[in-house]
Design a protein around this ligand. Structure first.
Ligand SMILES: C[S@@+](CC[C@H](N)C(=O)[O-])C[C@H]1O[C@@H](n2cnc3c(N)ncnc32)[C@H](O)[C@@H]1O
Length: 97
């Protein structure tokens, strides 16, 4: 908890499922979102839909495990919902909003 406290209020631990946690965050308030929780299609899709509105204009929507053999659901959700994304190292996907 000391680590979190020293960066407060910019760092805040929210112990909730990801979609529920998004409701605690103001729309348009974040510079970057990194999605790496539920790796099913529905899980990744719901996280993208819940968290994208939290980004400011020019913010980065990113995530892990764009890895077709292991996580086809992540690939499907990102392909459908994140136009123009780029792939970086270690299966990281990212797009500027
Ligand atoms: C692939 S791990 C990645 C964790 C972290 N990003 C990292 O790199 O260490 C995914 C984690 O998200 C958790 N998780 C899965 N679905 C979740 C959800 N809907 N809400 C909150 N956490 C979730 C899992 O229990 C697991 O700990």
């Amino acid at each position: 908890m000391t680590v979190f406290a020293q960066f407060s209020p910019r760092l805040r631990l929210i112990e909730k499922p990801t979609v529920d946690a998004a409701a605690d965050i103001e729309d348009g308030s974040l510079d970057l979102v990194f999605i790496d929780a539920n790796h099913t299609y529905e899980g990744c899709r719901d996280d993208i839909l819940a968290w994208r509105p939290k980004l400011r204009a020019g913010g980065w929507l990113t995530g892990h495990d764009y890895f077709p053999e292991a996580f086809p659901g992540v690939v499907k959700a990102v392909d459908e919902l994140v136009p123009g994304f780029k792939l970086e190292g270690d299966y990281v996907w990212m797009a500027q909003i």
